[in-house]
Design a binder for this molecule. Structure first.
Ligand SMILES: Cc1cc2nc3c(=O)[nH]c(=O)nc-3n(C[C@H](O)[C@H](O)[C@H](O)COP(=O)(O)O)c2cc1C
Ligand code: SF4
Length: 502
């Protein structure tokens, strides 16, 4: 791992601005207030004993900064620009292969490693062939929900004719995940090529990459790579000499976790106050500016060039059960070998922790692990033989989520973790649903009291009731995810929770 002493100068200007006051007030960081701040994300919480002063500073900051994507070096400050170790443990380096080989930030480097061959191949055939390959691959979204990509693409492709959009969700707000960050910084053309292929397949002529503000280098690298791709003729009109036009723009976020939710994200690009919207209609039917829109996560789209080159069936041979292909995972600083790793679906959580991560540093005992959290179920030590798969992890109350792997050791107090996660939940709630807007703050308060030895059994019952309300009455995965996290804690850690309530 190496570090440079300062971040490069970056251009974070969006083409459509400035924000009206009622919109600006939604965001935590409308003017780039993250610079120089310490990170308050869950991986930094897990590692706070490694640098208590920095953690104290992080907690005292306003506005808060929840994840800087440096969880391998947590607790993180974000003033340097370290790179994580990157390795491929799968039969093919579909997502991380180029980064593991040193990265491909420029067009020349990307083309040298076979870049844009998939687009060349696609343009020699039909959009239907690209769609069919993505369907055959059984690729599922890597942004959290695991929705089949082919179904979503087909839905956009079959909407009424006219303007359609492709949007890459590069908000990566799940504390503990730094996958998309390094994909964008060290392999930006893979995302760009994936988006052009998506545009070709679904009949879209415009794409946006919604990149979080907390990733200044990714924002700049993407803008530079888009400019290179335009000069090379991969963007613009008559791409590859065909009657196909596609343009791309980077939209920089303003610091809001909930803007990673797709309806909120699209409203953010539109310049509206980005509260979550009820679905249906789904973005595939009425998305950005009310037009059919394909929203996919960065890693989902980065898989596409490989699928087009090698065929959907070849891709579907990797993985297991209903989880095909590979998954990038980002391991936090409590592992002996923190880093960014690509694995085949089906490996066990134990394999990830012990063989890939090398176990926990200083021989510490595992207390639990969050994959794709923090708003997801915790995996306790006795369930780590569960394989990495969407259905398999859901069956134990956990999930694949975004793929950030945050291990906790015996330094972590479980009640303090609950307080941390609900504090995050309350801070980031968009405020539309009562249990999330008010209930998450109340759970935070009750657990703060529990940590201070000042909570009763009645308070615990109130928490249980609030968790049920969150589960049943939340409009989006933020509220239901908080409920899922709390349920897993109440189920797997009663001996740590109950003694705190007299
Ligand atoms: C609160 C919340 C935050 C989310 N944040 C992200 C995010 O940062 N990145 C992401 O790709 N998906 C995020 N999602 C999921 C998106 O809504 C959407 O399902 C995803 O971008 C679709 O892409 P995929 O099908 O490729 O996974 C979030 C969802 C919720 C409810
Ligand atoms: S669950 Fe929370 S974040 Fe989601 S829509 Fe409701 S209030 Fe907003």
């Amino acid at each position: 791992m190496h570090a440079t002493s300062s971040l490069p100068r970056v251009n974070l200007t969006n083409s459509r601005h400035a924000l009206p006051p009622d919109v600006e007030s939604f965001y935590h960081l409308p003017h780039g207030e993250h610079v120089g701040k310490a990170c308050q994300g869950t991986a930094c919480f897990a590692a706070c004993h490694l640098n208590p002063e920095l953690w104290t500073q992080a907690n005292a900051q306003s506005p808060r900064v929840y994840c800087l994507g440096e969880c391998f070096a947590a607790p993180a400050r974000g003033q340097t620009n370290p790179r994580p170790p990157v390795k491929v443990f799968a039969p093919h380096g579909i997502v991380l292969g180029r980064i593991a080989a040193g990265g491909a930030r420029t067009l020349a480097a990307y083309e040298k490693l076979g870049g844009y061959a998939a687009l060349r191949k696609a343009l020699a055939g039909t959009p239907e062939q690209v769609l069919a390959a993505v369907e055959a691959s059984q690729l599922r979204g890597r942004g959290g929900a695991g929705f089949p990509a082919g179904r979503k693409w087909r839905s956009v492709a079959t909407q009424q004719p006219g303007q359609r959009y492709v949007v890459a969700n590069a908000d990566e707000g799940d504390a503990g995940a730094y996958i998309d960050r390094y994909l964008m910084e060290d392999d930006p053309h893979a995302l760009i090529e994936g988006m052009i292929l998506a545009g070709y397949a679904v009949g879209a002529s415009k794409g946006y990459i919604y990149c979080r503000l907390e990733y200044p280098l990714a924002n700049q690298v993407l803008r530079d790579a888009i400019a290179e791709a335009r000069v090379a003729g991969w963007l613009g009109s008559r791409i590859g000499g065909k009657d196909f036009a596609f343009e791309l723009e980077v939209y920089t976020g303003h610091g809001s976790y909930v803007c990673g939710e797709e309806t909120s994200l699209l409203r953010s690009i539109e310049g509206k106050r980005p509260e979550v919207m009820a679905r249906p209609p789904y973005p595939t039917e009425r998305g950005l500016f009310d037009r059919p829109t394909l929203v996919n996560n960065v890693e989902t789209l980065v898989n596409v060039p490989w699928i087009v080159t090698h065929g959907g069936d070849t891709y579907a041979k990797l993985g297991f059960s209903k989880s095909r292909g590979t998954k990038a995972l980002s391991l936090n600083s409590l592992f002996n070998r923190p880093g960014l790793y690509e694995v085949e679906f089906g490996v066990t959580v134990r394999h990830i922790i012990e063989n890939i991560g090398g176990g926990l540093r200083d021989g510490a005992k595992l207390k639990g692990v969050l994959i794709g959290g923090p708003i997801i179920g915790m995996i306790p030590p006795h369930l780590i033989d569960t394989p990495l798969g969407f259905e398999e992890l859901a069956a134990i109350g956990a999930g694949v989520g975004h793929g950030g792997v945050v291990a906790f050791d015996e330094h972590t107090s479980i009640p303090a973790l609950v307080e941390h996660v609900f504090s995050f939940g309350a801070y980031e709630s968009c405020g539309k649903c009562t249990p999330c807007r008010s209930g998450s703050g109340r759970v935070e308060e009750i657990f703060a009291n529990a940590c201070a030895g000042d909570a009763t059994k009645t308070d615990l019952q109130e928490c249980r009731d609030l968790v049920v309300a969150l589960k049943l009455a939340s409009l989006c995965g933020h509220g239901t995810g908080l409920a899922r996290f709390a349920e897993s804690i109440l189920r797997y850690y009663p001996t740590e929770i109950e003694p705190c309530f007299k």
